[in-house]
Write a protein that binds this ligand. Structure first.
Ligand SMILES: *Cc1c(COP(=O)(O)O)cnc(C)c1O
Length: 401
């Protein structure tokens, strides 16, 4: 006779709390969804997907929001960096000083533009490039310095400019994360010759795929970048033969922004100020809970911005002991976190030929070992922040439940 088994249970014995994703786009449109959807349908009906009117409209709106004289919409933050470096006059073999602690695209774009990245360490407090370290790595081939504004605040731009003036370096900014960050009212990306923004979906202003922009107050840089994003069309000179006028042969890329992305970004731009306020509220709540917790070495709010700078929390980044074990603990509780950034530039395999060794940039290496980004987006709820904090506390209380 067959044994009669109990019916399979479909509901767990006790209900697990809902998982907390690191990022979710599904709900990020909120009340904007009908408008975004209508724009997308309209573009589909018209059938003009690239280089259409929406891109120019978005560029104008973003220029007003940032105060930039020129905004050049492109297909990603990375391509914006490549266009910026080339439009600002990088020549093959020129050295560009960048921080050892950043997203890979900062250094990668230098290589793509034909330059050589040279690394410098970051500040003692905060994650910007350290002007003293910049000065220490300058060589006769140094031509540009490109600070990166990471997570929630600007790099030390006054310090960087002082070094740049002494050595005749052009200052560009990887401001991909820095929408809303300003120094004495001037938007990130406009504190040197030019900068970029990324609209990757996780960024403070996110598209529904890849998109980016170049910001500059310099007419010539903007004109060259506009040509380069479209196969070099409309450029006035041959970049490899300076001075030779030829309207069609600047060797360009195909980096155009899609109209659908422009329409989404234009709609979301209207809510950007509110989104930034919400991010800062949530970030402050994390700080209140996690400041002083044993095992948590650093919380963002503990380090003030450089004088004249504001805080805009794109990433809520803490530094912790036993980072990887904490990541696993959170994951077991259904909480996603991210290690921003796990490997410093000088120890990346693709830059092994530059001859660096562990210990060359100790602050960058320490940040890579300790940094942990917690979920942060405008539609994250207070109770979710509290639950993440509970689990961080549990972990360091030795509970490791
Ligand atoms: C996101 C980001 C980029 C690249 O932007 P994409 O749009 O993803 O190409 C470059 N630099 C930094 C610091 C970034 O955070």
């Amino acid at each position: 006779m067959e044994k009669i088994l109990p019916p399979p249970t479909t509901s767990p014995a006790r209900t697990e709390p809902a998982p907390i994703p690191f990022f979710t786009q599904a709900t990020s449109f909120g009340e904007l969804w009908p408008e975004i959807r209508a724009h997308c349908v309209d573009i589909l009906d018209r059938g003009k997907f690239s280089h259409g009117a929406k891109v120019a409209e978005f560029e104008g709106a973003l220029a007003r929001w940032t105060g930039a004289r020129h905004v050049v919409g492109v297909n990603s933050g990375t391509d914006a960096l490549v266009l910026l470096l080339r439009a600002a006059g990088l020549r093959p073999g020129d050295e560009v000083i960048v921080p050892a602690y950043t997203f890979i695209a900062t250094a990668g774009s230098v290589v793509l533009a034909g330059g050589v990245p040279v690394f410098a360490d970051i500040e003692e407090h905060g994650y910007g490039i350290d002007p003293r370290s910049v000065e220490a790595v300058v060589t006769p081939r140094s031509r540009m310095v490109m600070p990166v504004h990471l997570f929630d605040r600007l790099a030390d731009m006054r310090g960087v400019h002082a070094v740049a003036r002494r050595h005749g370096l052009t200052v560009l900014e990887d401001s991909a994360e820095a929408i809303g960050m300003r120094l004495d009212g001037t938007h990130a990306g406009l504190l040197g010759v030019g900068g970029v923004l990324s609209f990757f979906p996780t960024k403070t202003l996110g598209a529904i795929g890849d998109a980016g922009a170049l910001l500059t107050d310099d007419d010539a840089v903007a004109e060259t970048a506009r040509a380069l994003r479209h196969h070099g069309r409309g450029g006035r000179t041959l970049d490899h033969f300076p001075g030779i006028a030829n309207p069609t042969v600047l060797s360009g890329l195909n980096s155009k922004m899609d109209d659908i992305q422009a329409a989404v970004l234009l709609t979301k731009l209207a809510r950007l100020d509110a989104d930034i306020v919400r991010r800062d509220e949530l970030s402050a709540r994390y700080d209140d809970r996690l400041r002083g917790v044993p095992g948590v070495y650093a919380v963002p709010g503990a380090v003030p911005p450089h004088p004249g700078g504001n805080r805009v929390c794109y990433v809520h980044l803490i530094e912790v002991r036993d980072r990887d074990a904490l990541v696993a603990h959170l994951a077991a509780k259904g909480i996603e976190s991210e290690t921003y950034y796990p490997v410093p530039m000088h120890l990346q395999p693709c830059f092994a030929h530059l001859g660096h060794a562990p210990g060359d940039f100790p602050r960058a290496e320490a940040a890579c070992a300790r940094a942990l980004a917690l979920p942060l987006y405008p539609d994250l709820a207070e109770w979710q922040v509290d639950r993440v904090c509970d689990e961080v506390e549990n972990f360091y209380a030795g509970g490791r439940r």
